[in-house]
Design a protein around this ligand. Structure first.
Ligand code: NDP
Length: 330
């Protein structure tokens, strides 16, 4: 069946400027870390991408190692089938930094790995360029200049429009941003882990990003599904926790966290939102945050999450109540 995107897709999304760049990113971005593995086949991934685009999600985030290359492959197939006419409406990112192929050249931050990996990713995606290419993690055994020069080189080759980093701490971020500034590299974004249950970036990283004018596309704002209604009463058999993938298991569903989710659900209800929508709106209220980078296993989850943009503002009392819930101990 030929895919025709929804005509009113842009009216369903809010766009935020990414740091001090000229690039707008949707408040909600879709990541392909899970649900785009070989075992997930083609039909559900395709429905997820179509649903996302129909709801104004223009940014799709991948990495070389998601599904060991399969996420890029299946996304490439979907692009070819449905999105040939819409490439210029999409922001597609990929990354390299974790182990991808055997031997010393398939891991880390060397020039050899960063360049070879993007060439492989472009082949799997069937693209000439990606919009954002990330160093997926810092590599303390490689001079940070080498990684930065390799990324800058890829921009000059036209294979990446913008550069990002992920999982770098505040000091590493400061260090590499000075190198990029001198090179005039379009380094515009950091991808840190951030959610109501993982607030570390607030203290150290976010102030640096704000000072440097770098945007934050924050991953796992739903804490892999815990910050939704999903686990409130039971642990569903088909859930990520039950499948014990992505370093997320039933051990993460603690009594204390569930109590907090229940309290958040009450607060969310008063705002006419679900917990998932509250959790997404909450990460977006941080000044440094450009986009909440979510995952979804069904189109229904995706639509629920996108509707978070209907209510993004918070009163001071609501923010205080959320802080109180999150800092309470049972
Ligand atoms: P999330 O915290 O968004 O978790 C997504 C999961 O939560 C879904 O797969 C689903 O789980 C569940 N879920 C989502 N919405 C709902 C809902 N409305 N109701 C009930 N359950 C829901 O993040 P992810 O772990 O998926 O990560 C998002 C993206 O972040 C990745 O795809 C990737 O792009 C990026 N990422 C980056 C990393 C990095 O190092 N830079 C590391 C990890 C992720 P279920 O399957 O149980 O239904």
């Amino acid at each position: 069946m030929t895919y025709h995107p929804s005509d009113d897709r842009y009216s369903k999304m809010v766009f935020n400027r990414c740091g001090q760049s000229g690039l707008d990113i949707p408040a909600i971005s879709l990541g392909l870390f899970r649900n785009f593995d070989q075992a997930d086949g083609y039909d559900n991934p395709r429905r997820l991408i179509q649903t996302a685009f129909d709801h104004g999600i223009t940014h799709f985030d991948i990495a070389n190692n998601y599904g060991n290359g399969y996420a890029e492959e299946v996304f490439g197939r979907i692009l070819k089938a449905d999105f040939k006419d819409f490439r210029d409406e999409m922001i597609i990112s990929t990354k390299a930094g974790y182990g991808m192929w055997p031997g010393p050249y398939g891991d880390g931050g060397s020039r050899k790995y960063m360049i070879a990996s993007l060439d492989q990713s472009l082949r799997r995606l069937g693209l000439d360029y990606v919009d954002i290419y990330y160093s997926h993690r810092p590599d303390p055994s490689t001079p940070i200049e080498e990684t930065a020069y390799a990324l800058d080189h890829l921009v000059k080759q036209g294979k990446a429009l913008y550069i990002g980093i992920s999982n770098y701490n505040a000091e590493q971020t400061k260090h590499i941003s000075v190198i990029f500034r001198d090179l005039k590299t379009p380094f515009i974004v950091h991808q840190p882990k951030y959610s109501m249950f993982m607030r570390e970036p607030e203290e150290t990283l976010f102030p640096v990003l704000e000072e440097k004018g770098i945007g934050a596309i924050v991953f796992q704002p739903l804490f892999q599904g815990l910050l939704t209604n999903k686990y409130i009463d039971r642990i569903p058999g088909d859930s990520r926790a039950k499948k014990n993938i992505a370093h997320f298991s039933v051990d993460d569903i603690t009594k204390e966290r569930i109590q907090k989710v229940k309290a958040l659900a009450t607060l969310a209800y008063d705002r006419n939102q679900s917990v998932a929508q509250l959790a997404i709106a909450w990460v977006l209220h941080q000044k440094a945050v450009t986009s909440a980078l979510i995952g979804a296993s069904t189109p229904e989850q995706l639509i629920e999450n996108v509707n978070a943009v209907q209510h993004l503002s918070f009163t001071d009392d609501e923010l205080q109540a959320i802080d109180d819930i999150l800092s309470s101990s049972s």
